[in-house]
Design a protein around this ligand. Structure first.
Ligand SMILES: *Cc1c(COP(=O)(O)O)cnc(C)c1O
Length: 418
């Protein structure tokens, strides 16, 4: 994470003091680096330079309009999983023609909206979805481009909650059923078979399962070709992991280079759907220590961020590095703390057993929080969502305001009197 550095003990993101960001915008506050997002996107794009490709950023990882706009300007496509995400992409100026739509439960309204916008492809996850899509495309007088999401039954060897490519989970069409589903799709009058897709999981650190999934999908491509079902693209999904602690994530450029060589000459456009690998390392969550609670068997640093702002530790027991924003201040002794939030749940933990030299009022930065941070935030305990700040060429720009308390109940009403 070269975009984070210390100068005179003060943590900076792309040269901007995080203490200054906290002073200006308050805490808790997400801060992202434009340069880091761009550099991760370019690693994919340049790694695949040898073949026809589109890097479709997985919007669910971080869907702030400014993030989408940065990626759109670089030529990214988008992988969406809801009508809400489609609306965000369009609001950020993204073009529907570079959007692919994934997800097991696309509603009629979502499909209609995507057909009307003219998206590039529906990643269909079941035969009933094929039928629904065909019907709605017919009613709209269009042919819907489809790829079937095939479940290759390979183990991504990641956390079970974020593993999606095994036979037992809800995603995709089983590998063994794929040929029959393609024959069906090819016969439906309002569909155009465009591609094939797969996505085996998230935070993948070993590329062997991805390679295995690719080979299984290529077998299907060949089997389909022998039945005269030709495909334009192959979508390998997302899932590349990042370093949270001491993981050794695959080198993006090298991995993409290998993909490009494997697919060279096949005449298939390659789509990837990275989310975490583009934005994860690019963001931090700034938080302030409210209290040090030392009267218990364990020591607690109670901070002003919580599972409402950053759910991953509570949901997946995931580990985020937590560091003081300033190491210049004197008189702090290092002690071992559980860093916890104010939310009334024992699972409201941001980090366990952290050795920190902090005092009440100090700022902490929770690192590698750019993906599935703000995107998974909630208003639990009636906590307004934090603001988001983007550091762009040495300037900190607020790209989402802190939610106002009134917004929490603006859509609610009490019963009429009596
Ligand atoms: C979540 C998801 C992604 C992105 O996963 P990352 O691990 O963030 O790269 C891509 N494609 C699909 C279909 C997804 O569900």
């Amino acid at each position: 994470m070269t975009f984070l550095a210390r100068a005179d003990g003060e943590l900076q993101l792309d040269g901007v003091s995080l203490a200054e960001v906290a002073r200006r915008f308050g805490t808790p506050c997400y801060v992202y680096s434009r340069a880091a997002i761009e550099s991760a996107y370019r690693a994919f794009d340049e790694g695949l330079a040898g073949i026809d490709h589109t890097v479709c950023y997985a919007v669910k990882a971080n869907s702030n309009l400014a993030v989408l706009d940065i990626l759109r300007r670089l030529g990214a496509g988008f992988d969406i999983v809801s009508g809400g995400e489609l609306a965000r992409v369009l609001a950020a100026g993204g073009s529907a023609g570079r959007v692919v739509f994934s997800g097991v439960g696309k509603s009629e309204a979502e499909i209609r909206a995507a057909l009307a916008a003219g998206i590039a492809c529906f990643n269909v996850e079941s035969e009933p979805e094929l039928e629904r899509l065909d019907g709605l495309a017919g009613a709209a007088g269009v042919r819907a481009p489809v790829a079937l999401r095939v479940n290759p039954d390979v183990d991504a060897r990641t956390h079970p909650y974020i593993s999606t490519g095994l036979a037992g989970n809800k995603f995709g069409i089983p590998h063994a059923a794929a040929l029959a589903a393609y024959r069906r799709a090819a016969r439906l009058p309002n569909l155009r078979v465009a591609g094939i897709g797969t996505h085996i999981g998230s935070q993948i650190l070993d590329t062997a399962p991805l390679d295995e999934a690719l080979e299984r999908v290529l077998e299907l491509v060949d089997a389909l070709a022998s039945e005269d079902i030709g495909l334009e693209h192959l979508d390998l999904g997302g899932g590349l992991g990042i370093r949270y602690r001491d993981e050794e994530p695959p080198d993006i450029r090298a991995y993409c280079g290998r993909l490009a060589r494997r697919l060279a000459g096949r005449g298939l456009r390659l789509l990837l759907e990275p989310g975490r690998a583009i934005v994860g390392a690019a963001g931090v969550l700034l938080t302030r220590v409210e209290y040090l609670k030392l009267d218990k068997a364990r020591r607690f640093a109670v901070v002003d961020a919580s599972m409402s702002e950053l759910l991953r530790p509570a949901l997946y027991e995931s580990w985020h590095e937590i560091v003081p924003v300033s190491t210049a201040a004197s008189g702090r002794e290092t002690a071992r703390y559980d860093v916890v939030g104010p939310v009334c749940e024992s699972s409201d933990v941001l980090g366990l057993d952290r050795d920190l030299a902090v005092r009440q009022g100090d700022l902490l930065a929770i690192l590698a929080a750019g993906a599935y941070g703000m995107a998974m935030s909630s208003n639990y305990n009636s906590r307004p969502r934090p603001c988001e700040v983007l550091v762009d060429r040495g300037a900190a720009v607020e790209v989402r305001s802190r939610e106002r308390v009134e917004a929490l109940y603006a859509l609610e009403r009490t019963l009429p009197a009596g």
